[in-house]
Structure formats: structure tokens, C-alpha cells
Design a protein around this ligand. Structure first.
Ligand code: CA
Length: 242
């Protein structure tokens, strides 16, 4: 699981140590020493997760966590607070401010990586490497392959031909099967909140995805929910497939 992680920590020795360990684990790392720098960085690249020090020079980590939660673009980013404090009340205010977890300094790199993995798995399951099987489709995130099982089990599963965006779209929809996603949600999560992409782009890729699914008779799995968005469902759609 590779994630883009923003490390907000003003103690450079700790910042470097964290960055080194995250890179070794295969993550992409962005570093900031102040809340102001962190805001600038997340404006250009939206991180998958923020590691946030409790005490920053220009703003408390707590305030910064609240700020991230308030803004539409950053409100869903998982946050892990780094704190030297051990008082229970601080941990609670950290979680109240919207942090997903907290780590008390000093911590081992192994503990840090384990916490990150746990938070990512919980908050961003579409980043997981686990194979998903639903509705006769089997998607493998590691090999980027999707197989369709025919209704007759004696027939060999057929490999689906999908472009990279259609693959990610299908992965996301299958991860959250039965849940409805708006076009904006899909844009943010799959295209990485790129502001120059229009909502209609989603429809184009949904159409391409359905076309590939059609070749194996599974196009009914990707459904349009009128006025709302799209969902992956094994249940029959009440609405017609557009
Ligand atoms: Ca600090």
C-alpha cells in the first residue's frame, strides 16, 4: 500500500527520521515545519494521510486538525497526531478535533508504520492490496487484473480489458459496493481532486467501464442512481442503465 503522507513536524531530527522510515516503507513523503507550509503543500498535492505534531510554531496541531476538518477539500484526510504528552485529556481533545489516531513520542518506526497501515486500511480501503470478489467479478489490486466468472462455473473466468482509470473506478466502486457516490466524490477519490476536470469526465469513464463489463455480461453491476451518482451493486437496479 503506497500512500502520499504529509509530515507536519517542526523538530527537524524527528521529521527526517519519520520521512526516512516512511520512504523505506514505500510511501511518498511531503514535509512541512509549520501549519502555513502544510497548507501550501496540501493545496498543490492532496495527501492521503497527515502526520501532525501537536506543537507547531505558528498554530497548534489541534487547531490545524480542526482547520483540515472544516474544509471541504481536506475534511476526509486521515490524521494521526504526534504528541509528547501523555495525558488522557489531550488525547481526547485530539480525537475530538477529528484525529483518527495519536502516537506518543518517543515511538518506534515499526509502531508508526503499523498505525499508519491500520488507519489507511480503515479509512481508505480502496488503497488496500486485497483481492475483492463480488458479483462474479474478481479484482486483484496487485496485478491490476479483473476476471469475470461466467454463470456456468465450468467456463473459465474471462479476463477483462480495462484502462487504468476504469480499473481504479471499478476498484473504488467494488470496495464500497452498494454505496452511492456522487460524481464529485468519485472525482476527488479517483482523480485526486484535480480542479480542471469536469463532472462529465466521470460519466465518460463510467461508460467505458460498462462497455468492458458488457463484454462479459456484467454491465448491470455498475448502476446509475438518478440525481445522485453511481454505485456497484449485485442487486437489480430499479432504474434503467443509461
Ligand atoms: Ca513540535
Amino acid at each position: 500500500m503506497t500512500a502520499t503522507i504529509l509530515v507536519v513536524e517542526d523538530e527537524l531530527a524527528i521529521q527526517e527520521l519519520i520521512a526516512l522510515n516512511l520512504k523505506k516503507a514505500g510511501h511518498l513523503v511531503l514535509c512541512a515545519e509549520t501549519a502555513e507550509q502544510a497548507v501550501k503543500m496540501s493545496n498543490s498535492v492532496l495527501p492521503d494521510l497527515v502526520l501532525l505534531d501537536w506543537m507547531l510554531p505558528d498554530m497548534s496541531g489541534l487547531e490545524f486538525a480542526r482547520k483540515l476538518r472544516r474544509e471541504e477539500r481536506t475534511k476526509d484526510i486521515p490524521i494521526i497526531m504526534l504528541t509528547a504528552r501523555t495525558q488522557e485529556s489531550d488525547k481526547i481533545s485530539g480525537l475530538d478535533a477529528g484525529a483518527d489516531d495519536y502516537i506518543t513520542k518517543p515511538f518506534s518506526p515499526r509502531e508508526l508504520l503499523a498505525r499508519i497501515k491500520a488507519v489507511l486500511r480503515r479509512r481508505l480501503p480502496e488503497m488496500s492490496d486485497e483481492v475483492i470478489e463480488i458479483g462474479g467479478l474478481k479484482l486483484d489490486p496487485v496485478t491490476h487484473r479483473v476476471y469475470a466468472q461466467a454463470n456456468d462455473n465450468n467456463i473459465k473466468p474471462e479476463k477483462l480489458l480495462l484502462g487504468p482509470t476504469e480499473f481504479r473506478l471499478l476498484h473504488f466502486l467494488m470496495t464500497y459496493a452498494e454505496r452511492v457516490h456522487s460524481r464529485t466524490q468519485l472525482l476527488n477519490r479517483i482523480w485526486g481532486d484535480h480542479v480542471f476536470i469536469e463532472d462529465r469526465t466521470v460519466d465518460v469513464h463510467i461508460r467505458r467501464l460498462r462497455k468492458s463489463l458488457e463484454s462479459v455480461g456484467k454491465e448491470h453491476l455498475v448502476q446509475t442512481v438518478r440525481g445522485t451518482g453511481y454505485r456497484f451493486s449485485v442487486e437489480k437496479s430499479e432504474e434503467s442503465v443509461e
